[in-house]
Design a protein around this ligand. Sequence first.
Ligand code: F6P
Length: 328
Amino acid sequence: MTYNIKKVGVLTSGGDAPGMNAAIRAVVRACVYNKLECVGVYRGYEGLIEGDFKDLNARSVKNIINRGGTILKSARSKEFFSKEGREIAYHKLKEKGIDALVTIGGDGTFAGASVFSNEFDIPIIGIPGTIDNDINGTDFTIGYDTALNTVVEAIDKIRDTANSHSRLFLVEVMGRDAGDIALNAGIGAGAEEILIPEQDMGRGRLIESLKRSKKSGKTSSIIVVSEGDQIGKNIFKLASYIEENLVGYEVRVTVLGHIQRGGSPSCFDRVLASRLGVASIDALINDERNVMVGIRHNKVLSVPFLATKKGKKELDLELIRVADITSL
Ligand code: F6P
């Protein structure tokens, strides 16, 4: 081990996601297994700058695999964007004797990690944790599967009341730049229409499509709108537009919001988090740095931070086709 790592810091940063605790648990226990010390850093990069640390051992992470949120808390740090902030963070790390970091979060977390690692020659490994599933180089991010299940469960309930009152419901789901939650939960919940940022359907075509559904005998409808979608930017305006242009439907809006970020992680997310947590320490031991550990075709792999940056996602035409056919 060129870097001769003895003490690893672990932090969660950015929006929290179910399964982050399972990842922390795996990182801590993989450290113990490999005879490395492990230190928890509270509130992401903010805690790094403030030296908000706690030594962790195998028992510190008991009974958390099933818990949502993150025991280390999370934050989006502005100070870490500045060189001065990162310099303070570096000195805090040195004082504590931490020689490597595992950062759990999204692409903002990895961008910060990449700059920090290059500036101060600190090995850093990233673990993808965000409900949005919007990180390049991994098929899945920790928290995404749980969020999908939360959304589907919520829409199932909305469907009951939509059906009873013959109403049209617009359901806004999260996904700042990616329609993954909307598209997959939309198919899973049997939505009539799914509006995602990767595809601009246009209001006119939406109304035409809803008219066709009504004509075919549908008495209620569910439209899933991704928060990043152009049309759905303001879901309440969209609701008014539909009411004005489509006779015979009462429209209601539900914004699912942060309930999508909470809750006990699904088994899929727990297993993914455990695999990536162990892989992060393996990567450090193998002298890797500036990489995210992710999953591709069910195999764990390392991806350079630079390659994880989310770009405009390609539209998944197969899923779109399935959504179109099954919503007839
Ligand atoms: O990145 C995860 C996410 O939940 C996005 O889907 C959403 O746009 C954003 O975070 C919300 O951030 P905040 O919790 O800061 O409002």
